[in-house]
Design a protein around this ligand. Structure first.
Ligand code: UDX
Length: 447
């Protein structure tokens, strides 16, 4: 079986490499010759832990090409993993439409049954009502002569390789039984994973619902944390700890409590960022508006996320009592989360922008995201690799990304680097297990 993956961005490349790792022959298609060349050399064009190694190990089964039509003709299954740019409200389907048109043209003269699977995150109905008609029109084929599927990804940046190799579930939204069995073959290297077989529109809805639910959990935690901050002696971490010990949430199996990973989303923080949650929740909200569904919850969770940044920023200003004007703000962590250099919708970057807009001088530090941060903040910030250097002249320091490296810095070292009047706001409870310090403030704690 040959599989063509159209688009070698984040999702496409991880999918291609992951499937090649199960012995499948993959054609990686991209119009960007630079990317194609890099992949041929075994170098990943994106940063993702473990991806370079896996790419190199599977190079013999990965054929990178910019010949879209040739790859489609050679493939049994064509996976669409092209980008869906976002205008702040709706996703733009032009690349999806273009891919569907190219697929239609390329399969015109083929007598084989091919499956077109959409992997890009698309609003419900896109696979059957947008992709299918375009493919059929361009190919001159009839319904049933081509298989259509929606096969969402659930990859966390920074963990994408691990998530692809050990999927918790594989959702196959298929247009027919025949399409379903072909896709099952694509994933037959993942025997321990649950396969959820459904129709394409349900699969599209699963993806949006999963991300909106996680985002909702984060915003819920942040709202609860804001209430706790008004209650002296109350720590939201303790409150959530009490909540998650409900056995409906964390069951006791053979005498042992199983704490679900979801518990990590039940924590106060600075709000969610990244390329998925903000975009997906907004796209679902716009979709629900189009359906005239009153989306109070989606609106509310986005509102909380937006205002949480401002809330955290003000917390620093409120606690600063330097006996003089506040001049410089340091942000520790501009990646939207650890183990990625991605700064899209990153709370750390947004906080820096807020500080710059208000006229403060700004120092930013990160371990791998500085280059991308520079593209957004330019000469308006000072850049540091070392957190202790970044905080040296700051009045207020915000710790915004939970890089594990920060935990290796002792409080004595922080104290030596900080000016005597400076304060630190721990926006993600990264240092919750450390002794209280008069210079450190944690969100979600009443005092
Ligand atoms: C997410 C989903 O988890 C994944 O299943 C989906 O397919 C793609 O979108 P990702 O965006 O990589 O993955 O990151 P995730 O680890 O879920 O975090 C998203 C954002 O939420 C980050 O800004 C993170 O810092 C924030 N977050 C996460 C919190 O603020 N609090 C938490 O408790 C957890």
């Amino acid at each position: 079986m040959k599989i063509a993956v159209l688009g070698t961005g984040y999702v496409g490349l991880v999918t291609a490499v992951g499937l090649a790792n199960t012995g499948k022959h993959i054609l990686c298609v991209d119009k960007d010759l630079g990317k194609v060349e890099k992949i041929r050399q075994g170098i990943s064009p994106i940063y993702e832990p473990g991806l370079d190694e896996l790419l190199l190990a599977n190079l013999e089964r990965l054929e990178a090409t910019s010949d879209t039509a040739g790859a489609i003709k050679a493939a049994d299954v064509i996976i669409i993993a092209v980008g869906t740019p976002f205008d702040g409200k709706h996703i733009d389907l032009s690349y999806i439409r273009q891919a569907a048109g190219e697929i239609g043209e390329a399969i015109k003269d083929s007598n084989e049954f091919k499956v077109v699977a959409v992997k890009s995150t698309v609003v419900p109905g896109t696979t059957m009502d947008v992709v299918r008609p375009i493919v059929l029109e361009h190919s001159g084929k009839r319904d049933g002569e081509v298989g259509f599927a929606m096969n969402p990804e659930f990859l966390r940046e920074g963990n994408a390789v691990e998530d692809f190799l050990n999927p918790d579930r594989i959702v196959l939204g298929v247009s027919s039984e025949k399409t379903g069995s072909i896709l099952q073959e694509v994933y037959n290297g993942y025997r321990n994973s649950t396969i959820i077989m459904t129709n394409p529109t349900t699969a599209e809805m699963i993806k949006y619902t999963a991300n909106s639910f996680l985002a909702l959990t984060i915003s819920f935690s942040n709202e609860i944390a804001r209430i706790c901050e008004n209650l002296p002696g109350v720590d939201s971490e303790e409150v959530f700890n009490g909540v998650i010990h409900d056995k409906r949430f964390s069951p006791i199996v053979r005498g042992e409590r199983i704490i679900p990973q979801l518990a990590t989303y039940l924590r106060a923080g600075i709000g969610f960022g990244g390329s998925c949650f903000p975009k997906d929740v907004k796209a679902l909200r716009a979709f629900s508006e189009d359906l005239q569904v009153d989306g109070q919850l989606l609106n509310g969770l986005l509102h909380i996320n937006r205002t949480q940044l401002e809330h955290v920023f003000k917390m620093g200003l409120h606690h600063f009592n330097g006996g003089g004007p506040l001049k410089r703000i340091a942000i520790l962590g501009t990646a939207f989360k650890p183990n990625t250099d991605d700064v899209r919708e990153s709370p750390g970057v947004k906080l820096a922008q807020m500080a710059i807009e208000r006229g403060y001088s700004v120092a930013v530090q990160d371990y791998i995201a500085l280059q991308n941060t520079k593209e957004l903040l330019g000469s308006e910030a000072d850049y540091y690799d070392d957190p202790l250097e970044a905080i040296r002249e700051a009045d207020v320091v915000y710790v915004t990304t939970i890089w594990p490296q920060y935990k290796a810095v002792s409080d004595e070292d922080f104290e030596k680097a900080l000016q005597p009047h400076a304060i630190m706001v721990d926006t993600r409870s990264h240092f919750k297990n450390r002794a209280a310090k008069k210079w450190r403030f944690r969100i979600g704690v009443g005092n």
